[in-house]
Design a binder for this molecule. Structure first.
Ligand SMILES: [Zn+2]
Ligand SMILES: [Zn+2]
Length: 133
């Protein structure tokens, strides 16, 4: 992510990227639209969705399939993993690191030269864990 690429953004894309960078909860496109409209009330849904696609295509944001129906977006483009709440859908970043022996083992059993990984853990988030229903 270069300053140069940031400068080329249209004001609408800039606004969408700002919302993403200010969010750590991996918002859906609808969430992003709601949040962008707090500062740019007139912005159209199609404009926001197009901006999201463009930011993903240019590598400034990630589109994630975290298990619920809607794609989620993340401005943290560094390699990291996720833990997702099976009750409320909350998604958090984790970077616990993969034990090197596990990567070796995956290479061994698959015959692949393993160059990366993308893990999704599931469980109950702190709020759901302390709420017995
Ligand atoms: Zn939860
Ligand atoms: Zn993330």
């Amino acid at each position: 992510m270069t300053v140069e690429a940031d400068r080329r953004l249209t004001p609408q894309r800039r606004a969408v990227l700002d919302v993403l960078r200010g969010s750590t909860d991996h918002p859906t496109a609808q969430d992003v639209l709601d949040r962008v409209r707090r500062t740019a009330p007139g912005i159209g849904a199609a404009t926001v969705y197009r901006a999201l696609n463009m930011l993903v295509a240019s590598g400034q944001a990630l589109e994630l399939a975290l298990g619920d129906a809607a794609a989620r977006y993340d401005a943290n483009t560094a390699r990291h993993d996720h833990v997702v709440c099976t009750r409320c859908g909350a998604a958090a970043d984790v970077d616990a690191g993969l034990p090197p022996r596990l990567a070796n083992r995956v290479a061994e059993v698959s015959g692949f030269a393993v160059t990366g990984h993308d893990l999704k853990f599931t469980g109950l988030c702190p709020a759901c864990k302390s709420d017995p229903l």
